[in-house]
Design a protein around this ligand. Structure first.
Ligand code: PSU
Ligand code: MN
Length: 305
């Protein structure tokens, strides 16, 4: 594993570090906007005084913290794989290049000693999972990886209630940030409540540190950060996009790891830019909040808080 010098320095000085996934860049956002957004996400973390560590596998080597030319490559080339946890060892052995999902980013961030992670939306239980068994590996990894993940909930293409039940089964705590409602990614409120609410980065950091004291094998934490009501996608447009998207997937016979990227692509094509606008805003807001939580946790750990 190659950890960028800047990330190593921050970790050894006890400063805040935020891991960032690369699947959202390579497979979740359209080109060429993805490259600019990737830089904005890193800048949002830096603006809080934390150091960003975008994770990817380049020619078989795990990288935690990417140089600009590595980000260029992930955002521009066609041969970037989508790597979940089970794929990392294979990509390493075969010298392949790929972007990491929430699951693999969280796992690698933990190995590197990073405790806070920002993403857009978590993978979850897909609709019809009782037949297809399609449950994202993100959930299982969070249940055994002590990293706090800031996200805007899960997309409504998923079974939101099923995902929340599964997180409960896996003993992953879910915290709403300044909300009692689990966010619905493009929507402020998914219609389901969150079990816990925190109102400051310091409270979220305190949960992380309390969890640490329980032992290293405890689960991760989900910090769910909603878009403000006036920035969400119009719910009528949203419901129409979900219905159309699910139908298109069925018509095209898309399954497995291609489901999420294809749906995001359909949304971006059919929403006249609205889904992309909301996606970018929520990712940047999550990066900022993760930066604030990472700094707050580092301050408490170093006796500065
Ligand atoms: N949600 C998004 N954009 C994304 C993803 C999720 O809004 O790009 C990506 C994340 O990397 C997540 C992955 O970990 O999709 C989940 O894929 P799957 O459902 O195949 O596990
Ligand atoms: Mn899946």
């Amino acid at each position: 594993m190659t950890i960028a010098d800047e990330v190593l320095d921050a970790l050894s000085d006890g400063r805040g570090v935020v891991a960032l996934e690369s699947t959202i860049l390579a497979h979740g956002l359209p080109r060429p906007d993805n490259r600019r957004i990737g830089a904005q996400i890193e800048d949002a973390v830096r603006a809080c005084g934390a150091v960003p560590a975008t994770v990817a596998v380049l020619d078989g080597v795990v990288h935690v913290g990417l140089e600009p030319d590595a980000l260029d490559r992930l955002c521009e080339s066609d041969d970037v794989l989508k790597l979940s946890v089970r794929d990392i060892g294979v990509a390493m052995a075969l010298g392949r290049t790929g972007a990491t999902t929430v699951a693999s980013t969280a796992a690698l961030a933990h190995l590197a000693g990073i405790r806070v992670f920002a993403t857009g939306g978590l993978g979850g239980v897909h609709r019809g999972a009782a037949q297809t068994f399609d449950v994202s590996a993100d959930l299982g990894v969070l249940s055994r990886t002590p990293v706090l993940t800031v996200c805007a909930g899960v997309k409504s293409i998923l079974d939101v209630a099923g995902t929340l039940e599964y997180l409960e089964t896996l003993s992953v705590p879910v915290l709403g940030y300044r909300t009692d409602a689990f966010p619905g990614f493009y929507l402020t409120d998914s219609g389901y409540p969150v079990p816990w609410r925190v109102d400051t980065p310091q409270e979220a950091a305190a949960v992380l540190l309390a969890r640490d004291r329980l032992g290293a094998d405890s689960a991760g934490i989900v910090l769910a950060n909603p878009l403000p009501q006036d920035r969400q996608v119009d719910p009528v447009l949203h419901d129409q996009l979900v219905a159309e998207g699910l139908q298109a997937l069925a018509d095209e016979g898309v399954t497995g790891k291609d489901v999420t990227p294809r749906l995001l692509e359909l949304f971006h094509e059919r929403s006249g830019g609205e889904s992309l606008r909301a996606n970018v805003e929520l990712v940047l807001a999550n990066a900022r909040l993760a930066g604030e939580v990472a700094v707050a946790a580092a301050d408490v750990a170093a006796g500065r808080g």
